[in-house]
Design a protein around this ligand. Structure first.
Ligand SMILES: C[S@@+](CC[C@H](N)C(=O)[O-])C[C@H]1O[C@@H](n2cnc3c(N)ncnc32)[C@H](O)[C@@H]1O
Length: 436
């Protein structure tokens, strides 16, 4: 199978199984026979087709007599993948795109190869004359088609942030991002005050062909230049670093845990922040980590082992259920709540297609419950941090102001809102509260 066959098979699986696209890509890349160049093209074709789906369907509909809904999954995906290349990939000539798509059609949708050929050649001839919704007359329609977002999300974002800011958010949701890592101060040589020796760490990773650049704003955080295989290096296996977005790294830093304290992380899996907390505590004290799924608890333990951490007690628990034995037990509690994930669409483009308005309503109720229950575990004078990887105010500011109005024993210390187009990392919200 060549890169296009593999890409089509991933896209078809994505549609049939409603699976997460990053998981499908990661499973595919475990195959050692796929080299880095092919991985690059597969990533491009699969993520590009998924993140631009609305736009691609809008264009295909203008040149196809058959409605998108009536097409088989393979036909639709071959057309979307072809249209994506015609529109976005300058290096592949249009004739090659059409020929390769027809080859795919002959293998996987034989009766439609003539139809696919005709539609793609038509798009190729007319791609500079396509009429999009008018930016001034139909603002929502324009943003929705041009940036490929469901209308209900665009309406919500325009309502909360205004047209221009919303456009910036949508623009920044496309896949040109760099991953980041967090150096593990338990293993990487450091100055004794929690700061790793930057040059030494850069050289260590360079010897494995991983180029990193310090993030100027966040201690021990580095941008990685290139995406593939950073979870396969010897340094990774030896626990020298964790792959974690800078915005996410700010959460444990905001919680500010100290050695020998008791911390509860109530939505902990896969453990990115739990392990960061333990590192900041110099692996001294007690970290209780809850998550509702057992298989995810295993992920926390696996990460802790890799990083040389042994103060985390990870337990399967539904954190919306009150545990009376934990009342006023913890110095600090982290509620990294389940959320819509609208701040991480640049790394998980399929989120925008998986979510619906009802999900958000349900998530808001769960967040509220978990926050209320977990706040009881904080000692007087202790710290509660609430964070999400979304930018929707309903799940963030509104949630916290409601909590504060109902819990007079808490006061707000700080609120951070992070946006990809402003801060570079994921969209995030972090509220720090103190119990008085
Ligand atoms: C945003 S993720 C947490 C990410 C994690 N803190 C990290 O940094 O790696 C939210 C987590 O909450 C978990 N979760 C959802 N509902 C829960 C509940 N009722 N009780 C405990 N955990 C829950 C999910 O399984 C998911 O792992």
């Amino acid at each position: 199978m060549n890169s296009r066959d593999i890409s089509l098979s991933i896209l078809n699986k994505y549609d049939y199984d409603k699976a997460y696209v990053n998981k499908l890509l990661a499973d595919t890349f475990k195959n050692k026979n796929i080299d880095n160049k092919d991985k690059g093209l597969i990533n491009e074709l699969v993520l590009g087709s998924i993140e631009n789906r609305y736009l691609l369907d809008f264009i295909i509909s203008q040149f196809s007599k058959i409605k998108i809904k009536k097409m088989s999954v393979s036909v639709r995906n071959i057309l979307e993948m072809g249209t994506y290349q015609l529109l976005f990939l300058d290096k592949i000539p249009d004739s090659a795109v059409c020929n390769e798509s027809v080859k795919l059609a002959k293998k996987y949708a034989n009766r439609s190869s003539g139809f696919i050929n005709a539609v793609l050649r038509n798009i190729s001839r007319n791609k500079y004359n396509i009429k999009y919704p008018d930016k001034t007359e139909d603002k929502i329609g324009y943003l929705s088609i041009y940036y490929s977002f469901p209308k209900w999300i665009v309406e919500k974002l325009v309502d909360q942030f205004g047209f221009e800011f919303c456009e910036d958010i949508l623009k920044s949701s496309f896949k040109t991002y760099y991953p980041a890592i967090r150096a593990n101060i338990l293993k990487v040589p450091n100055d004794g005050n929690g700061k790793v020796k930057t040059d030494e760490f850069i050289d260590t990773l360079k010897s494995e062909n991983i180029n990193i650049i310090p993030n100027e704003d966040i201690q021990n955080c580095f941008w990685v230049n290139g995406k593939l295989d950073i979870n396969n290096s010897e340094s990774y296996k030896n626990g020298l670093y964790t792959i974690q977005n800078p915005s996410s790294q700010l959460t444990a830093i905001t919680l500010d845990p100290k050695p020998n304290e008791i911390i509860i992380d109530v939505c902990a899996a896969p453990g990115g922040k739990t392990t960061h907390i333990a590192e900041l505590m110099k692996n001294k004290g007690r970290v209780l980590a809850f998550d509702i799924y057992q298989h995810k608890i295993d992920l926390i333990n696996k990460s802790a082992n890799r990083l040389g951490i042994d103060i985390i007690e990870a337990v399967k628990h539904d954190s919306s259920i009150f545990k009376p034995e934990l009342v006023e037990y913890a110095d600090r509690v982290l509620v990294d709540a389940p959320c819509s994930g609208f701040g991480v669409i640049h790394t998980k483009p399929d989120i925008k297609w998986h979510r619906n308005e009802n999900d958000i309503k349900e998530l808001i109720k769960i967040q509220e419950k978990i926050l209320s229950v977990s706040s009881k575990y904080v000692k007087k004078g202790g710290t509660l941090v609430y964070s999400t990887c979304t930018i929707l105010k309903d799940e963030n500011e509104i949630q916290i102001s409601k909590f504060l109005s109902e819990n007079r024993d808490y006061k707000l210390i700080s609120e951070k809102r992070l946006f990809t187009h402003i801060d570079g990392g994921s969209g995030f919200y972090i509220a720090k509260l103190k119990r008085i």
